[in-house]
Design a protein. Structure first.
Length: 251
């Protein structure tokens, strides 16, 4: 089955249930859309400042507050070393025990800065616990390339759970798909890239683009799949086995 773009809500049950919108402290170019009543908005640390700048009050603020000063919260680890932060890397029970405070009357959860998950992933886990399946990450790119790469990995994590995530840059949208197909309408314009996030992506097919690809294998060690183009026809990308990053112009 070919899954259509996220803004075609008539075919997207995940979107009908509401979106989990997470705004981080990275480069912020305004909101790509206005949250709906059924959406759930989380500010990740200083993403709260980004939301304040556009007059949006989040439903929840989450962070260790290393990038935004909050009274009574240190936001730093202090003079420690030799911490085994990977001991419980796959566990997420910590989100049930976060310190609860209020910030300007908004529910706020404080994460211990000695942690495995970045704030953005903690927000995603909370959204999943609340039953959301569609995640929109805004303010998740910028000067810290390590944070940008981490957010691409978070897209892969979301796809691995059978859910859908979107990462917004200034003029491009990034998403990850796993063992599925996505359709694009003929109105799409600009560049399109498909890059392997998993070690390999098998059975990758691209139809309706400038360059046609049929049942190929992509590797995350080679940038094969960079810079295809929309050409004014309906297009489809599919992957039989693997997690594939899709990057395309969207405005």
């Amino acid at each position: 089955m070919c899954r259509k773009l996220f803004w075609d809500e008539s075919v997207d049950d995940d979107e009908k249930r509401g979106r989990c919108i997470i705004v981080g402290a990275g480069d912020f170019f305004g909101m790509p859309f206005q949250p709906a009543e059924e959406d759930y908005v989380i500010a990740a640390d200083a993403g709260y400042e980004n939301l304040k700048a556009v007059g949006i009050v989040p439903d929840l603020v989450v962070g260790d507050f290393d990038s935004m000063e909050v009274e009574g919260v240190k936001g730093v680890t202090g003079p420690v070393k030799d911490l085994d932060i990977f001991a419980d890397a796959e566990k997420a029970e910590y989100i049930h025990h976060l310190q609860l405070i209020e910030l300007d009357g908004v529910e706020t959860r404080v994460i211990d800065p000695i942690k495995n998950d970045p704030d953005m992933l903690a927000c995603v886990r909370i959204g999943m616990e609340r039953g959301f399946r569609s995640f929109h990450l805004i303010g998740g790119t910028g000067k810290r390339i390590d944070h940008s790469i981490a957010n691409l990995q978070i897209l892969g994590f979301i796809a691995q759970q059978g859910m859908h995530g979107y990462l917004y840059a200034e003029h491009q949208l990034v998403r990850a798909i796993r063992n599925e197909s996505v359709c694009f309408p003929k109105e799409m314009q600009g560049y399109f890239s498909a890059l392997s996030l998993s070690d390999e992506c098998h059975g990758v097919t691209e139809r309706g683009f400038k360059y046609i690809v049929t049942d190929v294998t992509l590797s995350n060690m080679m940038p094969t799949g960079l810079s295809n183009e929309f050409v004014g026809t309906e297009a489809e990308i599919s992957v039989k086995d693997g997690t594939l990053l899709l990057i395309y112009d969207w405005k």
